[in-house]
Ligand binder design. Structure first.
Ligand code: GLC
Length: 431
């Protein structure tokens, strides 16, 4: 157990000191895979089915007998994440349904004890990530629809103390060394209790950091901790605050849903690149989810788009990975978007045009090149306008039709957003 528990100000001061160094890899990584797997997969109707369909607990428990993770399924997830160009992965070790995907002593309601042929999926996941060179994230739900104290803890102090101990015991199993170094703790849904005090989050997270000093923790245990987690939307946190948007693949469910029933909602490669661009534009991260099937196999609608983006990233990774600034360049062209790193502006060309004119730039670039092959392009510059007169057809991206140009400036680029009367902002007299 940990020594004396720091007060909230002292704890937050202490974690702030180490945050930059602990999160350097995470900021550079940019892009990770979220994996939602559990009994809900048996139903295939969203990971909230137990609550939303009002399942009696004893009937829902029976789903464990149908839960059939095939050996190696976690390796399949991680292999796809690697192919996709993702640098970390986060697995739901125990979702709101309360079912643990490891052989928990604290929680006998788990895959090893309750599912025929069940095995320690967390172990396979962690090992696969390490072998693939991906960082390891563990998702851990505070809300629990199975444990008898999980709702009582809202009004019964003894129940709350028992439930706190239950949570801490599971966290010690996951983070105490059995699974080695864990890089991310991804809490979810702090209900029914409404405060960090209610969840004893200060003690819980100091215990976590005692076991895993380099770990980074998200903001869902009622403490801000290391990063914010906008969900199903891409919204930057305040300047200086790390943030990661988590997104479903099919925009409707984190848990498995039969893709043939989902229709054309799943993302294609360009749809994923639009999300990646949006997080890059504001120097955030993207955690993109897959919901494996009942046997753990990857839903087929996710495979090709993720693999295509992985191939695209092999050529265009410098625009995505590593340190990025929050872009100050917007609305410089009608079919392009922009991201920024120091004196370089990356032009994400969503629609191929042979002539490319970028408005509002008030200092000339030193060079303009196609990022994928490094070739430099001739350009013209007058104040307020950069013109690339002829984009080479063979330079067009053939993977997702998203071509990136890098514009390198001698000093930080100066850009005026186009107003409705573009000449105005150049101070020119229109008359
Ligand atoms: C919401 C959902 C939960 C999902 C999570 C992912 O909290 O309740 O099912 O795991 O979002 O961020």
């Amino acid at each position: 157990m940990i020594r004396s528990i720091l007060s909230r100000p002292a704890y937050e001061e202490q974690t702030a000191v180490s945050r930059e160094s602990r999160m350097a890899w995470w900021r550079d990584a940019r892009y990770g895979m979220f994996i939602h797997y559990g009994l809900h997969t048996v139903l295939g109707r969203n990971e909230w089915a137990m609550a939303l369909e009002n399942w009696p607990i004893d009937q829902y428990e029976k789903l464990a007998e149908q839960f059939r993770p095939k050996p190696g399924c976690a390796r399949e997830w991680v292999a796809l994440a690697k192919q996709a160009g993702m640098k970390y992965a986060v697995l739901t070790t125990r979702h709101h349904e309360g079912f643990s995907l490891w052989d928990s002593q604290a929680n006998p309601y788990n895959v090893v004890r309750r599912s025929p042929g069940g095995y320690d999926i967390v172990r396979e996941f962690v090992d696969a990530c390490r072998e693939a060179g991906l960082r390891v994230g563990l998702y851990f739900s505070l809300m629990d629809w199975h444990h008898p104290d999980s709702w009582r803890c809202a009004f019964d102090v003894e129940a709350r103390l028992r439930f706190h101990a239950f949570l801490k015991d599971m966290l010690c199993e996951l983070l105490g060394g059995t699974y080695g170094k864990i890089d991310i703790l991804w809490y979810d849904v702090a209900r029914p209790l409404e405060s960090a005090e209610g969840w004893d989050s200060l003690a819980m997270n100091q215990l976590v950091r005692e076991m895993q000093p380099e770990i980074i923790i998200n903001n869902r245990s009622k403490l801000n901790e290391d990063f914010s987690t906008p969900e199903e939307h891409i919204t930057a946190a305040e300047a200086g605050r790390a943030w990661e948007s988590c997104m479903t693949f099919n925009r409707i469910s984190w848990g498995y849903i039969d893709p043939t029933q989902v229709g054309p909602y799943s993302y294609n490669a360009q749809g994923i690149l639009r999300m990646l661009h949006s997080v890059c534009q504001h120097a955030g991260n993207l955690l993109l989810n897959i919901g494996p099937k009942i046997d753990g196999s990857v839903p087929h609608e996710a495979v090709e788009p993720l693999q295509s983006v992985g191939r695209w990233l092999v050529k265009n990774g410098p625009a995505v990975y590593g340190m990025l600034d929050r872009s100050t360049v917007f609305h410089a062209n009608g079919v392009c978007s922009f991201t920024q790193r120091g004196n370089s502006v990356y032009v994400w060309q969503w629609i191929w045009t042979t002539e490319l004119i970028l408005g509002g730039f008030m200092n000339p670039p030193k060079a303009v090149r196609i990022l994928a092959d490094g070739r430099t392009l001739p350009f013209d510059y007058t104040p307020g306008r950069i013109t690339i007169p002829k984009m080479p057809t063979d330079g067009r991206d053939r993977i997702a039709n998203v071509t990136i140009l890098e514009m390198e400036f001698i000093s930080p680029p100066v850009h005026y957003r186009c107003s409705h009367y573009p000449q105005l902002h150049l101070g020119r007299d229109l008359h």
